[in-house]
Unconditional design. Structure first.
Length: 259
C-alpha cells in the first residue's frame, strides 16, 4: 500500500523524501527501494509535464512511497490536472500572499467551495465515478495544497499566508529566497537562514506542517541541518534531488579512483 503523504506530515517521526527531476520511472524505483518515504515530482524545474508525472506517480505507487507534484505555477488548471491524475498533493510554487495561498487551496476543492473542475472520468476516481457525492467527500479528505514560500515577498507576508485555512503544509525555498533577497543563491547567508526561521516559526505556530528542503551535497552538513531543524519542531525533510544525489555519488566514485 502506498504511503499517505498526509499521514507522514501528521506524524512526529522524521520523514525523508527527495525531488524527482529526472523523467525516468526507474529513478523513482531507486528512490523507493533505497528507503525514501516520499518524493516530489517536479513539473516546474523538471523538463516534463503532467503526462510524464502521471507515470512517475505510478512508479511511486509500485514502490509504496508517498508523493506530490510541484506544478509550474499557481494555476487552477494545472492543479486540477494533477489531482485528476490521482496525485493527491500539489506543491504550489512562489506563494507570496494570503490571496495566492487561498487560490491554491481553492483549486483543490470542487464547487461551490472551490475552483476545481468536475469530471466523472478521471484516474483519481477510477476513470468512471458512479457516486459523485462519495467521491467528492473522499477527495476533500485526501488531497491538499502545499504552499512553497520562496521569495522576500512571501517572507514579508508569512503571517497572513499561515492564516489561510486548508493548507496541507508549507515548504521553504532557501535557494530561491536567497536570489529574491539579492544574495545570489547563498542560502547559507545568515539573512536567509533568519528569514527561513521566521517562516518555519510562523507555520508551526499556526499548526501547519513544514517540509524543509536540505540541499547540501555533503552528508555531514545535511545531518547537522536536519538535527537543527528537528530541534525546532520540523520532522519532514526533502533531501537534495535525484540529480544532486546521483551527481554526488558519481563524483565520489571518480574521486575515489582518481579519474
Amino acid at each position: 500500500m502506498t504511503r499517505d503523504l498526509k499521514a507522514l506530515l501528521a506524524s512526529d517521526r522524521t520523514t525523508v523524501g527527495t525531488w524527482s527531476q529526472i523523467a525516468a520511472p526507474e529513478m523513482v524505483d531507486l528512490i523507493g527501494l533505497n528507503g525514501f518515504q516520499f518524493t516530489i515530482i517536479d513539473c516546474q524545474h523538471g523538463f516534463f509535464g503532467i503526462e510524464t508525472a502521471e507515470n512517475l506517480a505510478r512508479a511511486a505507487d509500485a514502490n509504496a512511497i508517498a508523493y506530490a507534484v510541484r506544478v509550474s505555477e499557481n494555476d487552477p488548471v494545472q492543479i486540477m490536472k494533477a489531482l485528476d491524475a490521482g496525485i493527491r498533493h500539489v506543491v504550489v510554487p512562489n506563494v507570496g500572499s494570503a490571496d495566492e495561498a487561498r487560490q491554491a487551496v481553492a483549486a483543490t476543492r470542487f464547487g461551490p467551495y472551490g475552483l476545481r473542475g468536475a469530471c466523472p472520468c478521471c484516474r483519481s476516481g477510477g476513470h468512471f465515478i458512479r457516486n459523485w457525492t462519495d467521491y467528492v467527500a473522499a477527495e476533500e479528505a485526501r488531497v491538499g495544497a502545499i504552499a512553497l514560500v520562496e521569495s522576500a515577498e512571501g517572507h514579508r507576508n508569512i503571517r497572513e499566508i499561515c492564516s489561510v485555512e486548508g493548507l496541507a503544509a508549507l515548504m521553504c525555498g532557501p535557494f530561491d529566497l536567497s536570489v529574491s533577497m539579492g544574495l545570489a543563491g547563498n542560502w547559507r547567508d545568515a539573512r536567509v537562514t533568519s528569514a527561513v526561521s521566521d517562516i518555519v516559526d510562523c507555520a508551526l505556530a499556526a499548526d501547519i506542517a513544514v517540509m524543509m528542503p536540505v540541499f547540501s551535497p555533503d552528508a555531514g552538513e545535511c545531518l547537522e541541518l536536519i538535527d537543527n531543524w528537528k530541534a525546532r519542531g520540523v520532522s519532514s525533510f526533502v533531501l537534495g534531488s535525484d540529480k544532486i544525489l546521483v551527481a554526488t555519488a558519481f563524483s565520489s566514485w571518480t574521486k575515489a579512483i582518481e579519474v
